[in-house]
Design a protein around this ligand. Structure first.
Ligand code: AQP
Length: 331
């Protein structure tokens, strides 16, 4: 059987550097090694309050960014979760294999109910079960994810194990594919993970000037009060960004300049802004081109979802038989 991997991003807002460095950028080389299925997981995005009229624009925005960052629909399946309803069907079956206390201990659930105390819905609790179905409906052997998603992947492994024990070997226990670089990108506040909800982001469609302005006010080493004070790159979030965008030489120059107060935070941020913009420029250029041909983008998603459906339907036929629901022509 072909080796498949699945990963996805929620269309819950504009995509940001955390999504790019923790997810999309790492997906690019996988396209040549495995059968990749990358989803825009819109059912997940319904777990927080949203405006229905904006959802389609967000889905398209995610697709534009996927392609602009280098995902190639000729090699890879790009799909929309809700166009393959077998994801939610399998999630229902998986719901019977995991306990409520287990789900309520997941860190992202605790985080979300703090962020959205007015809307603690079942979908938030059930999110990892739907994610397990997203992965296992394609019998994916591995999943490329950022650090925040590792507890969810653990749930997917537990569910696969439980299903296999209860109903016979059906699913692989999916492994994580993680890259040390970009595992956890902090937001401009330097404290929290970069996240759409917290709006502490550099977005992939921010202009060159937006990037410069946002970096200029971003948090650095808070103990460095004056330009003449030496700084400590080890506790500076701007230095974390440098590690992701700057060359080895620049990293040592910036380290030395900061520790000896030869350069100030603004000088350091200017070097970073140039490097970040150099990487983001071609992405922004392709975004603009793709927004002029959204019909083509929609077709890519519809075709991709059809290809994904073929695999998902086959898995569900097997699952329905194994769990014994429905009727079969011959008993
Ligand atoms: N800050 C981050 N650092 C590293 N990786 C990140 N990812 C997201 N933020 C960071 C990775 O992006 C993929 C998809 O994430 P998602 O949009 O489905 O959900 P999320 O992780 O919940 O992202 P947000 O921005 O925090 O969304 P909201 O605010 O809507 O919940 C995942 O692989 C994730 O690891």
């Amino acid at each position: 059987m072909e080796k498949r991997i699945f990963s996805g991003i929620q269309p819950s807002g504009r995509l940001h550097l955390g999504n790019y460095l923790g997810a999309m950028k790492n997906w690019i080389p996988l396209q040549d090694k495995y059968r990749c299925i990358f989803g825009i997981v819109d059912y997940h995005a319904m777990t927080v309050t949203y405006t229905p009229k904006e959802m389609e624009k967000r889905i398209l925005d995610a697709a534009v960014n996927y392609i602009a960052c280098g995902l190639d629909p000729e090699k890879t399946i790009l799909m929309i979760q809700s166009l393959v309803p077998e994801h939610t069907e399998l999630a229902w079956i998986f719901n019977t294999l995991v306990s409520v206390p287990r789900l309520s201990r997941i860190p992202t659930y605790k985080e979300k109910i703090q962020q959205h105390p007015e809307n603690v819905n079942m979908g938030l609790l059930d999110y990892p079960v739907l994610m397990a179905a997203d992965i296992l409906i394609y019998k994916s052997f591995a999943v490329p994810v950022g650090e925040d998603q590792l507890p969810h992947l653990e749930i997917a492994r537990e569910i696969a194990r439980k299903f296999n024990t209860s109903y016979g070997k059906t699913f692989p226990e999916p492994q994580s594919i993680t890259e040390e670089k970009g595992m956890r990108v902090f937001g401009l506040d330097g404290v929290n993970r970069m996240s759409k909800t917290l709006d502490n982001c550099i977005y992939l469609d921010d202009t060159k000037e937006d990037v410069e302005k946002k970096l200029a006010t971003a948090v650095t080493d808070t103990a460095r009060k004056r330009r003449t004070d030496p700084g400590n790159p080890d506790v500076c979030n701007i230095f974390n960004y440098h590690k992701l965008f700057s060359s080895k030489n620049e990293l040592s120059e910036v380290t030395e300049g900061c520790r000896t107060a030869k350069i100030g935070c603004l000088d350091c941020k200017r070097i970073l802004a140039d490097n970040m913009n150099r990487e983001l420029d071609p992405i922004r250029k392709r975004q603009k081109e793709l927004w002029k041909k959204t019909d083509e983008v929609k077709k890519i998603l519809i075709d991709g979802s059809e290809k994904a459906s073929e695999i998902a339907k086959e898995t569900m036929r097997e699952v329905r038989t194994k769990v014994g629901i429905g009727l079969r022509k011959k008993s």
